[in-house]
Design a protein around this ligand. Structure first.
Ligand SMILES: [Ca+2]
Length: 166
């Protein structure tokens, strides 16, 4: 499943049906805690704090988790509606690493669908992640760019993330 995009999050896999009941009660729990006034959406920052307290083992690196969460805030920047949160939880529970990192990959790599160019990756790290580029960025990029065409496929990008610890 690599065709998911921020504008159309992956539908839950059939296997997800088994955990649907759990997800619903989890959603209720989250919304009772974080949306006491019943506005229908919750601040993504508060949700992030919430999950790091309650499910620390589930988290990827903070910047990546926050970036992916941000991609699900389609109705209002910085806030998650119930259906957006349900889609995010489904991705976390049922999606593969390719599904999860694929969302970042597609959002950051706009020039050529299916690739992330070197300068797009630099912008991702500096602008979106707000990190200073590590000195070994170029070496790691070249190491992961297996066909040396100056851009990363999703598989090369996932390898990059693992080594660079994005
Ligand atoms: Ca390449």
């Amino acid at each position: 499943m690599t065709e998911a995009s921020p504008s159309s999050p992956a539908p839950p896999a059939p296997a997800a049906a088994a955990s649907a009941a759990t997800s619903e009660s989890d959603l209720d729990w989250v919304y009772v805690k974080l949306d006491p006034d019943n506005t229908g959406s919750i601040p993504v920052d508060e949700f992030y704090q919430f999950i790091t307290q309650h499910e620390p083992a589930r988290q990827c690196v903070e910047h990546t988790a926050r970036y992916i969460l941000g991609l699900f805030c389609r109705t209002q920047p910085g806030r998650l509606t119930r259906s957006e949160l349900a889609a995010y939880i489904s991705l976390c529970r049922n999606g593969t690493r390719e599904d999860q990192y694929g969302l970042i990959f597609q959002d950051a790599g706009r020039r050529w669908p299916g690739w992330l160019a070197r300068d797009e990756l630099v912008r991702l790290i500096e602008d979106k992640y707000q990190q200073v580029l590590k000195p070994d960025f170029e070496d790691i990029f070249d190491n992961c760019d297996e066909d040396m065409d100056g851009r990363l496929t999703l598989a090369e990008f996932i390898k990059f993330i693992g080594i660079y610890e994005l």
